[in-house]
Design a protein around this ligand. Structure first.
Ligand SMILES: Nc1ncnc2c1ncn2[C@@H]1O[C@H](COP(=O)(O)OP(=O)(O)OP(=O)(O)O)[C@@H](O)[C@H]1O
Length: 312
């Protein structure tokens, strides 16, 4: 992770961003942070402002107020420098020259990327590698005009990853993809993040992103109404007890408990990342609190989203 005077910088930092078209505010006071190695999924109803936010993060659109920094660099003041660390797909499907092959289009992108100051050269090996990753090897020598929508979409992701960016920004990368194509993008995004890339993507595929995103931001009417830390949600357990309120009081403040709430007849407990169910059970036993059942409390992102969007 990039560091300045010992402090870890967020890979992407959006601060108090407002974007107006005329008098009409499309984004209002949006804040978000994405760290290296994190997958941040941006979701929300049609027209919520997701594409506008993604375009503003890449520097294609300018904010009316507020700022966007990528690895500490202001995207709207030092665009070339910020974009040299960034790969992006901001149109679905990404624009390519239809009369050129996939390989030729990627070569063009590679040559453009190489023009940025200090950028490494991207060779044909890397082009072959990204085509293979996106399962486009067979299509590499075919004209893009002959590509299906999903194949063009995958070529877009191939081109965004070409320069091995530290920050990847994808607007609806799975729109138009079949279920296997969706799975492929998820695996690639997960693998890039595990190697330290920060990823922000917009999506309507809640059930899928719930399985691999770390954070979900819900945008409605241009405002970020919720930010969900899925890692924390997945580490929730419910304990059936006689006195949920007393149980929560007994658990609060313990080092392996992040948060404890009641949902009668249960105490719902968000545990630390290193587990903690045995510790909870032995602590409650020591307090004389009997536990009749302990099960994972599955977090349903879709249901949560529905609630949040219906009652923002
Ligand atoms: N250039 C523009 N001029 C004026 N209004 C715009 C412009 N671009 C977008 N908008 C408006 O901004 C709002 C947000 O649009 P945006 O495309 O960012 O939403 P979205 O969340 O990406 O939607 P979807 O899920 O349908 O892709 C919409 O009301 C849209 O009409």
């Amino acid at each position: 992770m990039t560091k300045v005077t010992g402090l870890a910088l967020p890979a992407i930092e959006v601060q108090d961003l407002t974007k107006k078209y005329g008098q009409h505010a499309i984004l209002e006071g949006v804040n978000l942070k994405v760290n290296a190695g994190e997958v941040y999924a941006l979701t929300g109803p049609n027209g919520a402002g997701k594409t506008t936010l993604i375009r503003t993060i890449t520097g294609l659109a300018f904010p009316s107020s507020g700022s966007v920094r990528v690895l500490g660099v202001d995207v709207h003041k030092e665009g070339t420098k910020a974009r040299s660390q960034m790969g992006a797909v901001v149109e679905a499907p990404a624009k390519f020259y239809p009369q050129f092959t996939g390989t030729q289009n990627l070569l063009l992108h590679a040559n453009l990327a190489a023009m940025a100051p200090g950028a490494p050269r991207i060779g044909r090996d890397r082009i072959r590698e990204v085509l293979a990753l996106l399962e486009l090897t067979r299509m590499g020598e075919r004209k893009v005009a002959e590509y299906s929508l999903g194949q063009r979409q995958r070529l877009g992701v191939a081109s965004a990853m070409l320069a091995d960016p530290k920050v990847l920004i994808l607007d609806e990368p799975t729109s138009g993809l079949d279920p296997l194509g969706i799975g492929l993008i998820h695996r690639i995004v997960t693998s890039l993040a595990s190697h330290g890339c920060a990823v922000i993507l917009s999506t309507h595929h809640l059930r899928e992103i719930a399985t691999y995103a770390h954070t979900v931001g819900i945008l409605t009417g241009g405002r970020m109404v919720d930010t969900i830390d899925l890692r924390q949600r997945h580490a929730a357990y419910r304990f059936r007890v006689e006195d949920p309120v007393g149980t929560v009081a007994a658990l609060e403040g313990l080092p392996f408990v992040r948060r404890a709430t009641t949902r009668s007849p249960y105490a719902i407990v968000n545990l630390g990342r290193d587990g903690g169910v045995p510790e909870v059970l032995s602590h409650l036993a020591a307090q004389g609190i009997r536990v009749y059942e302990a099960t994972p409390d599955h977090f349903d992102l879709y249901e949560y989203y529905r609630e949040r969007v219906e009652h923002p």
